[in-house]
Design a protein around this ligand. Sequence first.
Ligand code: SF4
Length: 341
Amino acid sequence: MLAWYRAQQRDLPWRHTRDPYRIWLSETMLQQTRVENAIPYYERFLERFPDLASLATADEDQVLKQWAGLGYYARARNLKRAAETVVRDFGGVVPQDPERLRALPGVGPYTCGAIRSIAFGQQAPVVDGNVRRVFSRLLAEKSPPDALLWRAAHELVVGPDPGLFNQSLMELGATLCSPRRPDCRPCPVRDACRGRATGDPSSFPEAARRKPPRAVQASCAVLRRPGRPSQVLLMRRPSKGLLGGLWELPSHDSLDSDGLAAAIRDRSGLLAEPGDRLGKLRHAFTHISLTLSVIEFEHVGGRLRGRPAEDGSRARWCGPAARRDLPLSALMQKSLRLARL
Ligand code: SF4
């Protein structure tokens, strides 16, 4: 595996470092995100936050801005909180002790194993989706339990370079041992592979049955500032939950424009009435298929409240420069374009 990996590995930016912060960042980004999408984000993030100290002292909006478009924003919020903890409690040095690592926000068994093995050279196992597929084929197990996979990873990561070994397993799953058509001929472990011996390695592991995404209708308001029409009302979502901490046009979980007006009032103090419907946008999240109706609103009274609303959301008027600086989801950017903003 090591010889194959040394010869065949893809040249990826995080493979030129053993800096635990950079390894941690790359492993966090790569959960739920494809390698080619993660690369430009990884490079931009490091330009803006080159080390843990700069991330720890950064404003959360700026951190989310660098993450905007990658999705699963809890990853960015956790990374920032973990950076604060490392700077405050460990003098800015990422702890090598697994218990301390696991206690950091967002660090699960996979991230912990990846940091320990790749950055610190410890014999720590990793199991991600790629490793799961490789093991399930090697063992010809249709649905191997997690405990079996972790035990296998633990027993195998005993050689001289555990970081390289773990990366070789993940690389095998990401390249030759692909989900649909594994390319077994050049595979370094083909002679040991029971799945290949069955003649149908792609039938391992059994595909998990996914629930179809839930259809959700929602609406958002384009409310321009009286006398300054290039500015619109944006709100910061509460930190927890879907798109937590991102800024958006005021929104409501239904097509009911009165409900949207009430949401604007409750969360900003402004009174507004619905006008034209500008259009509908569709967006697929993992569990939700969203249809968002974008509605023009007119300000009819009330004053913008300075303090955050009860749910932790905040509201402000934003011109073009502020909109460029704030973290907005891809869907909100589309909504603004629909309103020609
Ligand atoms: S022999 Fe084929 S199925 Fe088995 S691990 Fe290698 S690529 Fe995957």
